[in-house]
Design a protein around this ligand. Structure first.
Ligand code: SF4
Length: 307
């Protein structure tokens, strides 16, 4: 059996849901019960069928493989691997199965490798990218939410040198970091050549952070803009205001394009409604923005809750 996100099940014709944005990547949740205890994640509370606010129904692997061969709109497959026993062996086996079945779509793995050798095995088995989730922007924030920041950073650094262009990470905004700390972290990851997927913290019922607030939209938009400018124009200096928010120069401000506010990460990863409730705040747009939405996001950037 394998779990797929509700949106992916919909695209694969296995489940009917109402959606105004379909995933362009197929998301699969694999691995046994996670051994982690991250304060923001339902997996650590034994909710094996949930990740962020998304429900992941379970299907036989053969049914999923047959459905994958039938459809052509998914441009990438993403294996989200829970940190359970035997996760590496089962992920390698699944990657090899996808290859054997002739499913010639780029595939990536989001997991917690322990070493360069683990990472190498996943790449050798057919992953084009391996995402090693840093999640927290600083060691202090990581300690508060139950993550090992130093160990993950050391592996990210090592892997980015060993496998240039093939390492990515997830960064969650709103776990307790300041705006400037998040901006510095984005800059350092960019310098290492690591692809970053930016997430907005999403409180999930039953987790230790169920009552915490999602990030202020002004802060999130400014960090999306920082991320965009880094990707478009490379490492650069970002100023700060007396309130501790990022202060863009007029040239930086003028260079911000609508793609800044789309979902970021691996190519073709759009994660519809991963952080958003339908009709709620649209942190990551899963599709190109309209002109009105872009103007709205630029206005969001001016909103400051202070530090
Ligand atoms: S960026 Fe998207 S496709 Fe890449 S590992 Fe993360 S969730 Fe998967």
């Amino acid at each position: 059996m394998i779990r797929v996100s509700a949106g992916t099940a919909h695209v694969l014709g296995l489940k009917s849901i109402q959606s105004d944005a379909d995933p362009t990547t197929g998301y699969f949740l694999t691995g046994e019960a996670c051994r982690g205890q991250c304060a923001f994640c339902p997996q650590g509370q034994g909710e094996t069928g949930k990740l962020s606010r998304i429900i992941w129904p379970e299907y036989p692997v053969t049914q999923i493989l047959a459905a994958m061969k039938e459809q052509s709109s998914l441009k990438r497959y993403c294996l989200q691997v829970a940190d359970g026993n035997q996760w590496l062996e089962s992920t390698v086996e699944l990657l090899q199965t996808l290859h054997r079945e002739g499913l010639a779509v780029p595939r990536c793995v989001s997991c917690r490798p322990r070493s360069l050798e683990d990472t190498q095995q996943l790449l050798d088995a057919g992953a084009d990218k391996v995402s090693i989730a840093l999640d927290a922007c600083t060691p202090e924030v990581a300690a508060q939410v139950g993550r090992d920041w130093q160990g993950t950073w050391a592996l990210l650094t090592e892997a980015s040198h060993a496998f240039p262009g093939r390492i990515s990470t997830h960064l969650i905004i709103g776990l307790g970091e300041t705006e400037l700390e998040a901006s510095r972290c984005l800059q350092e990851l960019h310098i290492l050549g690591i692809t970053v997927a930016l997430f907005a913290f999403t409180p999930v019922k039953g987790t230790a952070m169920a009552e915490a607030e999602p990030p202020d939209i002004g802060r999130y938009r400014r960090l999306q803009a920082v991320h965009y400018l880094l990707r478009q124009f490379g490492a650069q200096r970002f100023g700060s205001s007396r309130f501790g928010t990022i202060a863009f120069t007029p040239a930086q401000q003028a260079a911000i394009g609508p793609a800044a506010f789309e979902t970021s990460g691996c190519p073709d990863c759009n994660r519809p409604y991963y952080n958003e409730r339908p009709h709620g705040t649209m942190y990551n747009y899963p599709r190109p923005l309209t002109a009105a939405e872009f103007q709205h996001c630029l206005r969001d950037m001016e909103v400051s809750a202070g530090e």
